[in-house]
Design a protein around this ligand. Structure first.
Ligand code: WT7
Length: 571
């Protein structure tokens, strides 16, 4: 696919072009109150600050699901989060305590999360689909003191096995509850909405704990501090290009870092109207949401785009999506095929962004004002130095594959892995660099190209092959819905390439189809890149953020246990 040029004249990118040479993160801080007081609170900066600046009547939150349809002004959010803060205070929450939020998306999720931040708690959002073991290991590891949840999810919290858990707040609780159970409604009613419960924090005080899966072992508690908001704010401005009159929709759940960094902090630090849609994905529902709210800026993920792409053509034709002006993606490789589809159906480029739970915010992105090379993640944002390095930390020349690494010291960088200094230090084993665990290369124009996770790169007959490239090609085959590629140990070649493939409906597995797919890759990509083996599967194992779990494919292949599957999409 050819390079997609920006739509000239239609957008002037805020600050970005002028500042990219001279920019330093400290310049951002001047925009916030802490530059004079030295003290901050991210929840105050998200909500109260805008009220103080006269935007109290502006809509902060547009929430809907199949039962509810509500909107909240910044004024209302300020009062509700103050009440929640007073509730947490009364229930003995102190600065630094871990407060977990375990519930489906709802206004109360956002209100309690911000309320807990207001009193200085470190919040831990948990995705609603977690089952007992996954909930337990996270609450145990973090020594959570409070959990906010619903009656329906209560059976998944093994309270008696969690000695540190003191308080359970039930969103749909009632008057009959006795400690340690509390009714959210009752406690909120008893709470003042003044701002005296706000705890003033230091930049390096804890904000949020996101548990994320590594390639090995138990989920890791990635710990971020209040200072991260410097980058949430600035990247939302530059990359999401948020402006005062935007209606912004980030489709991610706050259980994942995208759903907090860009579902809460990024938009609200910029005082933007934020759309939250509860319930499950369906193409109709999503298009309807864009149409209903006149969404202008939309941040989602490749898996979602691929599912929309797979829906019948008539689905999209039913809706008026002309409000959209900017579309972005994160979480996994954005195949050129998807970018092409986006261009065809929305007449917009889909802008890929690269970052990780550990990085806290965007680092490598495609901007509205710059050309896009479909398949590339884009270029490092101002203030970020990214490089491709070898095992010793030497920078590699362009087009050579190596570790994607970032010079340490950006504002939203994780400050530790909870209770696990060893895991934390693994990321910084090469002095001066954060080593992402991704393999990539940088082209001569400075664009970064994702190749796979380090441990997934395949050496076959001396050739170095990135599975993503093959997967991307495979999904271009008319019969292939999804594909995962691994290296299968081989006596002669070191590894051979094996592809697991889920077919589109209407296609049946057959040897003929295998041949056809192999020939397709051979002719489209390279002989050595063609999978020697193909296995058809109904479904491929994926994380909640939509990444195909190659480690599970490998375990299948080698008849090994699959390890922790708590983030797998199993429905
Ligand atoms: C890993 C981090 C950051 C929010 C969602 C994922 C992969 C992320 C891209 C992209 C290719 C991507 C990387 C990274 N990844 N963005 N644009 N292109 N791969 O966060 O769950 O912490 O996963 O996601 O492999 O290391 P996460």
């Amino acid at each position: 696919m050819t390079i997609l040029q920006p739509k000239k004249g239609r957008y002037q990118l805020q600050d970005y072009d002028n500042t990219k040479r001279t920019f330093e993160w400290d310049m951002v801080q001047e925009q916030f109150t802490w530059s004079t007081t030295g003290k901050i609170n991210a929840a105050y900066e998200c909500i109260d600050r805008h009220v103080k600046e006269g935007k109290g009547l502006k809509t902060a939150l547009l929430y809907s699901d199949s039962h509810r349809d509500e909107s909240y002004t910044f004024d209302e959010m300020k009062n509700a989060t103050n009440q929640a803060a007073h509730m947490f205070r009364r229930l003995q929450v102190k600065k630094g305590d871990r407060v977990f939020i375990f519930m489906p998306r709802s206004p109360e999720l956002y209100i309690t999360l911000l309320g807990a931040i207001k009193v200085g708690a470190v919040v831990g959002p948990l995705f609603e689909a977690f089952m007992k073991e996954a909930v337990k290991s996270r609450l145990e590891d973090s020594e959570a003191k409070v959990i906010v949840t619903t009656n329906a999810l209560l059976p998944r919290i093994p309270i008696h096995e969690l000695p540190f858990l003191e308080t359970i707040i039930l969103i749909d609780g009632d008057e009959t509850h006795t400690p340690p159970y509390y009714s959210f409604k009752k406690e909120m009613k008893a709470s003042s909405d003044d701002d005296s419960a706000i705890e003033w924090m230091d930049l390096e005080d804890g904000l949020i704990l996101h548990y994320t899966s590594g390639s090995t072992g138990k989920p890791k508690g990635v710990y971020h501090v209040h200072k991260a908001m410097v980058q949430h704010y600035q990247t939302a401005k530059w990359v999401l290009d948020l402006r005062d009159d935007d209606i912004y929709w980030c489709t991610a759940d706050p259980g994942w870092v995208t759903g907090t960094s860009y579902g809460i902090f990024g938009p609200w630090l910029n005082g933007i109207t934020n759309v939250i849609r509860g319930g499950r994905f369906s193409p109709d529902d999503w298009y309807k949401t864009i149409e209903k709210y006149h969404v202008t800026v939309w941040y989602s993920a490749p898996t979602a785009f691929r599912m929309l792409m797979a829906a019948p053509k008539e689905t999209i034709e039913k809706y008026n999506l002309s409000s959209l002006r900017h579309i972005l993606s994160v979480g996994e490789p954005l195949n050129p095929e998807v970018v092409k589809w986006g261009w065809d159906v929305f007449q917009h480029r889909i802008h890929d962004t690269w970052w990780m739970t550990e990085t806290g915010a965007m680092l490598i992105c495609n901007y509205l004002s710059e050309p896009i090379k479909p398949g590339s993640m884009g270029k490092p944002i101002p203030g970020i130095k990214a490089a491709i390095i070898d095992n010793e930390g030497n920078e590699l020349p362009s087009n050579e594959m190596g570790h994607l690494a970032i010079k340490t010291g950006w504002p939203s960088q994780m400050r530790r892995i909870w209770n696990n200094e060893e895991k934390f230090s693994e990321y910084f084993s090469i002095p001066g660099w954060y080593v992402s665990g991704d393999t990539a290369y940088k082209d001569k124009d400075g664009y970064f190209w994702f190749q796979g996770r380090n441990d997934d790169v395949i050496m076959t007959a001396g050739e170095r092959v990135g599975p993503f490239e093959i997967e991307s090609k495979l999904v271009e085959h008319p019969a292939v819905a999804e594909a995962g590629v691994i290296g299968k140990p081989d006596d002669v070649r070191g590894h051979i390439i094996k592809a697991f493939i889920a077919l589109k409906s209407g296609y049946e597995p057959s040897d003929e189809l295998k041949d056809n797919i192999q020939t397709f890759i051979k002719s489209e990509l390279a002989g050595h890149a063609s999978p020697k083996e193909i296995e058809f599967k109904e479904k491929l194992p994926k994380t909640r953020s939509g990444k195909i779990m190659r480690r599970v494919l490998k375990a299948w292949e080698l008849n090994e246990p699959t390890g922790d599957l708590s983030t797998i999409d199993d429905d």
